[in-house]
Design a protein around this ligand. Structure first.
Ligand code: NAP
Length: 268
């Protein structure tokens, strides 16, 4: 039986045509959530048929007015906007752009806001100063404006298949084995200076699952989720759902009600 989620629930993915953003859009659609996206290029041709079910908006977070239409009726936001370049550009795109989005969403009465930030890479932070300072500024704004519905995900390297033009680049060839090894080597991460370089990579699907759950599940705790948290939550999702389906028991207890309830209904 297909039971659609409440029609009032709408997710806006900022950067929904990017690597992480497109996986988040697909994951949310699978859960029956109404999905919109905003980015500078809007819908791009290389996206699959799932893209027909997304409401695409074209605009830049650096021009806050372009957010007005996209935020219409939106209950939660996930921002995947970020990038590299000069220090000034990195601060703008990771920091200012997201701060604009957080403020606009708070003014609009959005309930939950998830920001894809990045793990701390210790010594490497100095080489990418604008990137990390931008991320930290956006994180601070999110915690101030969304003390109860703000979630920050801090992945390290994200692997999966990245679409570049018409080419598909399988980043998982390197990322998957490293993830397997390094997720069990947490103590290495605590070594001064170089420790953060041992941060395990995470699969883009895991990031997408946790981001959608954080955005739509009212009991998902607000605050920071590090790489190990992302791995734990995504493994919990799979394990808990599998047990519930096998036992035919209520998948809700101990986890977020709306997320698991809907997921189970969609499986039927
Ligand atoms: N990939 C990784 O390994 C990794 C690791 C840790 C953290 N992260 C973080 O995760 C987030 C997503 O990464 P990604 O790899 O998916 O990046 P990506 O593929 O480059 O996606 C970035 C998205 O942001 C949009 N965008 C850029 N500038 C914008 C602006 N001014 N206004 C509106 N949209 C804008 C881009 O679309 P348009 O170009 O069409 O605007 C694109 O959809 C980033 O914040 C990144 O720092 C990524």
């Amino acid at each position: 039986m297909h039971v659609p989620p409440p029609p009032s629930e709408k997710l806006l993915v900022l950067g929904g045509n990017g690597f992480v953003g497109s996986h988040i859009c697909k994951e949310a659609l699978e859960h029956g959530v109404t999905v919109a996206s905003l980015s500078r290029s809007g819908r791009t041709n290389v996206l699959g048929s799932w893209a027909d079910r997304v409401e695409w908006h074209q605009g830049s977070l650096l021009v806050p007015d372009s957010l007005k239409d996209a935020l219409n009726g939106v209950t939660s936001v996930i921002s995947c906007v970020g990038g590299f370049g000069s220090n000034t550009h990195m601060y703008k795109i990771n920091g200012t752009a997201n701060i604009n989005a957080i403020r606009a969403a708070a003014e609009q009465g959005v309930k939950r806001f998830v920001y894809i930030s990045a793990a701390d890479f210790g010594v490497a932070n100095y080489l990418l100063q604008g990137y990390y300072e931008g991320k930290k500024a956006a994180e601070a704004e999110l915690l101030a404006k969304f003390p109860y519905g703000g979630v920050i995900l801090r992945p390290g390297f994200i692997h999966g298949t990245r679409q570049v033009g018409s080419m598909k680049i399988p980043l998982g060839v390197v990322g998957s084995p490293l993830e397997m090894i390094l997720q069990h080597a947490k103590p290495l991460n605590r070594i001064p200076l170089v420790g953060p370089l041992f941060t395990p990579p995470v699969n883009v699907t895991s990031v997408a699952k946790v981001a959608v759950r954080a955005a739509t599940d009212i009991v998902f705790p607000s605050g920071i989720v590090d790489v190990y948290g992302i791995l734990r939550y995504s493994q919990q999702n799979e394990l808990h759902l599998a047990i519930s389906l096998i036992q035919g028991t209520n998948p809700i207890r101990g986890f977020g009600f709306p997320f698991f309830y809907r997921k189970l209904k969609h499986q039927k």
